[in-house]
Design a protein around this ligand. Structure first.
Ligand SMILES: C[S@@+](CC[C@H](N)C(=O)[O-])C[C@H]1O[C@@H](n2cnc3c(N)ncnc32)[C@H](O)[C@@H]1O
Length: 237
């Protein structure tokens, strides 16, 4: 059944095109216009790359760039500009999709875009199609649970303060750590000091070309720069 929504947040999964849902693929094909976010420092949109094999006509895509390190205020104004672009297409009678990596409502650009559009046009019919998160894909690759029975699971963008992170690890059974970036060295030091190297899984570019998964950090090769698409599963004692 065709979606009646005018704007749809479409989850494209963590990288492997086979992890796109049947619904996401159908809706993508129904959309007249597909917005695809791209990091300003990158030369391509990762989300658009994931759907490349589905032969969606190039002219339907609109790439929108975001600077990752912007202040909250400048990001807000960027999302307002994106909302204006989206609304313009909808007012021209187009059905609009917005591609997001992983799941659309998990730490994503879609969340802020959605808010900005809703403020300007609360009357629009909007839908979000859920997807496979990066950490679900990582857990599947090593076939480890993301939670069982009464376990306490925390999904956390990596904090700058490692003492804060230590407390979170100590008070949860599993910490899913996203957005590690430049904190990687400090994070490794913390994990070593807690004796948890054998209880951590690190995934880089999971499901993407060149993706790697390390099941035990004691055999981790030297990594100079971790890269943005990295997630760690940390099992406390
Ligand atoms: C802006 S968040 C996007 C999260 C995404 N919406 C999800 O559902 O997984 C970016 C963070 O997601 C994680 N991430 C996204 N894709 C990944 C992948 N293919 N492999 C490992 N981590 C990934 C990384 O922690 C990265 O810093």
């Amino acid at each position: 059944m065709e979606s009646s929504a005018q704007l749809i947040g479409i989850s494209v999964g963590p990288g492997d095109p086979e992890l796109i849902t049947v619904k996401a693929l159908r809706v993508m094909r129904e959309c007249d216009v597909l917005f695809a976010p791209q990091a300003k420092i990158s030369d391509h949109s990762v989300a658009k790359g994931i759907v490349a094999r589905f032969d969606i006509p190039e002219q339907r895509f609109r790439t929108i760039t975001f600077a990752m390190d912007r202040s909250r205020e400048s990001l807000r104004s960027r999302y307002q500009q994106v909302a204006d672009q989206i609304i313009e297409e909808i007012e021209a009678g187009k059905k609009v999709g917005f591609l997001t990596l992983g799941d659309a409502l998990t730490f994503s650009t879609w969340i802020y875009t959605l808010d900005a559009v809703r403020i300007k046009r609360p009357d629009l019919l909007i839908e979000t199609i859920p997807g496979v998160t990066s950490y679900a894909a990582l857990a599947s690759q090593v076939q480890q649970p993301l939670g069982e029975q009464k376990e306490r699971v925390l999904i956390l963008p990596c904090p700058d303060d490692m003492e804060n992170l230590r407390r979170e690890i100590e008070s949860h059974d599993l910490v899913v750590l996203m957005k590690i970036g430049h904190r990687f060295d400090a994070l490794l030091d913390l994990i070593k000091s807690m004796g948890l190297e054998g209880r951590c899984v690190l995934g880089r570019k999971v499901g993407m070309d060149g993706g790697e998964v390390f099941e035990d950090l004691r055999s981790l090769p030297a990594i100079e720069k971790l890269g943005y698409f990295s997630t760690m599963l940390i099992r406390g004692e």
